[in-house]
Design a protein around this ligand. Structure first.
Ligand code: R5P
Length: 283
């Protein structure tokens, strides 16, 4: 009997996945001790094949995930879905003395199978001891885009590394796609240069794997609006949207922001539940 267990960061997504699979999510208690340590208790003693779904946006989310895996020690198989994996951007040593944080986190996951969704760097999958696969949500974002009925739409990635996302989102829609040129100066400052693109009067959708501080997208929006774009929309898989990102993006002139529910935010209007349900079904 397949059991779906949703961690505190992915309650809605886990419920949606369970519904796709025709089952109910397993009830779990999550709490904190007075000293701040987190507490987990799964309210089901019949654990056979379990799928645990938990994004790891915060450090506590990682500990909750480890607790859920440990609590399932008697299950016959454990699949772990980490829809948004924090620390995935720390995928290499940028200077001597640093850890590879993505590797440090991946090594703690003791499971039979691991799934992520549009992980920032695919090579991180090799750090898990279990077979790990990355699911691609860009086509789901593309379908949502289609329903917006935009004008002469151009899908743009803010840098060359996100071009494949723009290409995939545009693929079934017959829309144009391209990318801008980004240089990162620090955690929250970037400069964006345009290529030879005519965006005059066009609706532009900027797409990236995640929006964190919003610096990348705010700079891109300003540039595109200066160049005569009609409306600029933002699409991302992971709406990290930390600090004052949303205000920065609206101040820069964004028309709307849409994202998936790998992180459950007000912007998460596209669900990755069908993707995860298919992956679990096909195991
Ligand atoms: C970086 O390579 C990522 O794909 C995103 O472009 C980046 O993480 C966005 O960060 P921020 O919103 O802080 O500019």
């Amino acid at each position: 009997m397949l059991k779906i267990i949703g961690g505190p960061a992915s309650q809605l997504l886990a419920s949606r996945v369970a519904r796709e699979l025709g089952t109910n999510p397993t009830l779990c208690d999550f709490n904190r001790f007075p000293d701040g340590e987190v507490y987990t208790c799964i309210q089901d003693e019949q654990l056979e094949d379990v799928t645990i779904i938990q994004s790891t946006t915060t450090d506590s989310d990682i500990v909750y995930l480890l607790q859920m895996i440990d609590a399932c020690e008697d299950a016959s198989s454990i699949n772990v879905v980490i829809p948004y994996m924090g620390y995935a951007r720390q995928d290499k040593k940028f200077k001597t003395g640093e850890p590879i944080s993505a590797r440090a986190v991946a090594r703690t996951i003791n499971a039979d199978r691991v799934f992520t969704v549009n992980i920032h760097e695919k090579s991180v999958l090799d750090y898990f001891s279990a077979p790990a696969s990355d699911l691609d949500a860009t086509k789901l974002l593309g379908s949502h885009l289609k329903s917006l009925n935009l004008t002469d739409t151009l899908i743009l990635a803010p840098d060359s590394s996100a071009e494949s996302l723009a290409k995939s989102a545009a693929a079934d829609l017959g829309m144009d796609y391209d990318y801008l040129e980004k240089t990162r100066h620090s955690g929250d400052t970037v400069t964006i240069k345009t290529k030879n693109l005519d965006v005059t009067g066009r609706d532009v959708v900027l797409i990236d794997d995640m929006i964190s501080t919003g610096s990348t997208m705010a700079e891109s929006i300003r540039l595109l609006r200066d160049q005569g774009a009609k409306d600029v929309y933002l699409a991302c898989v992971h709406p990290v949207l930390t600090r004052n990102a949303v205000i920065r993006l609206f101040n820069a002139g964004v028309r709307d922001i849409f994202a998936t529910d790998t992180i459950e935010k007000a912007q998460s209007c596209v669900s990755v539940a069908p993707l995860i349900a298919d992956a679990v079904r096909n195991l």
